[in-house]
Design a protein around this ligand. Structure first.
Ligand SMILES: *[C@@H]1O[C@H](CO)[C@@H](O)[C@H](O)[C@H]1NC(C)=O
Ligand SMILES: *[C@@H]1O[C@H](CO)[C@@H](O)[C@H](O)[C@H]1NC(C)=O
Length: 497
């Protein structure tokens, strides 16, 4: 019996390319509903299934599929569409596409390349809007359900639990006064009224407001937001002490010592909005750009980063004692310049995608939580994560031992954890798979849109003061665009406003 299964295994491996059953391919993703979900880069996941009905777990070869997407503009020209095929090397693929125009009669076909067998064929009358069209869905609830957003976010619930009746008329001035520290605090005060965005910022370094502006602009193009008022902290550190006044401040990073309301970091938000445009690294590209299968990965911890926390230097000390287990180095010295001789020299840049040639990755805090964590989880190496008082919007949904291996804050059990992983290779691989699954279920671009909209929606229900544009606020304008909206409901809503 054992002999027969081994034989079968060998046959399967040999005939890797022809064992797919195309008609059983599993599809999902927002790219399957382009008329309902507008994004710059729309994406579809494909999970291949073999002749026995089992999911493939390895790449069947890079060039196995071809994609054809075509449509017409409102005046009958061919739409300009850019498509990309990402092989996730685990039996799944991502097909993503970007429209440069609003398209009609969009045909979307995916075929097996070698025999032209169709695996997906869809057609949409349209209009299929592109990212920059200002054509908001008048119903936030319909929009949330089109995107299949979660109904409840535990983190949002917990963050907002103490804000049941927020009267900004009573606290607005005190908040501005409490955080009037222009050299160290960068705070922006936003109002969204009638789906228009207004803000006033405080502080010397407020350049990061562009990130908050761009997510608000993108969201309001897609969905009619309720009127809201809120403060955003543009700095790294959360601002509101646990024991302090109950000031509602939205921040990109939370901590056990503070009670800021967390939202997805500017980093993952930017990469979600700008995928296939201005960014290389995003939650999808990282899944399609690793090239070393688990068995061939180098069995060492790989890490690069700047010197923004003492433990990062400690890591260098540890690695020098155990050179066989590490390829780690500091790339830039800024915080501990005087120790450069000891911990340097700084190493040359390594593409993030190449991190995954190594089996073990380390997520170690910088000034606050390390914003690379989502990308590490989506990759195909095992993540060891330093215990930390800092967290992002999704950390509390992760389970140590299931999605990553936890390491003590002072790294004292790092070696022990690496040895465990080396001795439990299959368990480690299972953790890698769960991590990627978590990333696919929670951290993709549409999940990031969902989280913001769910947060603003929830927030709006708790505001008791009248939402008014204050006299020093400037309007954050949508980019000029000649997009036409075709939905009768939208014009109606606009007139009513
Ligand atoms: C096959 O893959 C799909 C998509 O990831 C997943 O939902 C399903 O549970 C997998 N099936 C098995 C038997 O693992
Ligand atoms: C460490 O990684 C870098 C970048 O991949 C590589 O050039 C270097 O040779 C590695 N060092 C060792 C000792 O393997």
């Amino acid at each position: 019996m054992i002999f027969i299964s081994i034989l079968l295994l060998l046959i399967c491996q040999e005939s890797k390319n022809i064992e797919i059953n195309p008609s059983k391919t599993i599809f999902w993703g927002p790219g399957l509903k382009p008329d309902k979900i507008t994004m710059r880069a729309r994406y579809i996941f494909l999970q291949f299934v073999d002749l026995k009905g089992k999911n493939l777990t390895e790449s069947p070869g890079k060039d196995i599929i071809s994609v054809f997407i075509q449509g017409q503009t409102s005046i009958g020209y061919t739409c300009h569409v850019w498509t990309q095929i990402l092989d996730c090397k685990d039996g799944s693929f991502i097909v993503r596409y970007k429209l440069h125009n609003t398209c009609f009669n969009l045909k979307l076909k995916i075929k097996m390349k070698h025999n032209n067998l169709p695996i997906l064929s869809m057609e949409f009358k349209g209009p299929i809007y592109e990212e920059e069209c200002y054509c908001p869905n008048p119903s936030i609830n319909n929009w949330l359900s089109d995107l299949e957003c979660l109904k409840n976010y535990k983190q949002i619930h917990n963050d907002l639990i103490s804000f049941t009746n927020v009267n900004f008329d009573k606290i607005r001035k005190s908040i501005i006064k409490a955080y009037d520290r222009p050299g160290s605090v960068s705070l922006c005060h936003y109002v969204v009224q009638s789906n228009k965005i207004f803000r006033e910022c405080y502080g010397r370094y407020v350049g990061f407001k562009i990130f908050m502006d761009s997510i608000l602009l993108s969201i309001t193009r897609k969905v009619l937001l309720p009127d809201i008022e809120f403060f955003v902290n543009l700095g790294d550190w959360p601002l509101v002490p646990k024991e302090g006044k109950n000031y509602p401040i939205f921040s990109w990073c939370g901590s056990f010592d503070t009670k800021d309301i967390v939202m997805p970091t500017y980093d993952i938000t930017e990469s979600s909005l700008e995928a296939m445009e201005r960014v290389m690294l995003d939650m999808l590209s990282v899944q399609g750009s690793t090239d070393t299968p688990w068995k061939e990965k180098i069995e060492k911890v790989f890490w690069r980063g700047r010197d923004s926390r003492r433990e990062r230097l400690d890591l260098i000390d540890i690695s020098r004692k155990y050179p066989d287990l590490f390829n780690v180095s500091i790339t830039n010295f800024f915080f501990f310049k005087d120790e450069k001789d000891k911990y340097g020299p700084g190493q040359s840049h390594v593409s993030f995608f190449n991190f995954f040639k190594y089996k073990y990755q380390l997520n170690i805090d910088g000034t606050v939580a390390a914003y690379r964590f989502p990308y590490l989880l989506a990759g195909d190496s095992l993540v060891l994560k330093q215990d930390s008082r800092y967290y992002e919007f999704f950390y509390n949904d992760l389970i140590p031992g299931e999605h990553y291996i936890s390491v003590k804050n002072d790294l004292s059990n790092l070696i022990e954890r690496i040895m465990w992983a080396k001795e439990h290779d299959q368990e480690a691989l299972q953790i890698v798979k769960s991590a990627r699954k978590f990333a696919r279920d929670n951290l993709l671009p549409h999940n990031i849109l969902c989280y913001h909209v769910a947060l603003f929606h929830e927030w709006s229900k708790r505001l008791k003061s009248k939402i008014e544009v204050l006299h020093n606020m400037e309007e954050v304008l949508q980019p000029k665009h000649s997009c036409k909206c075709y939905n009768a409901d939208i014009t109606k809503t606009k007139e009513e406003l």
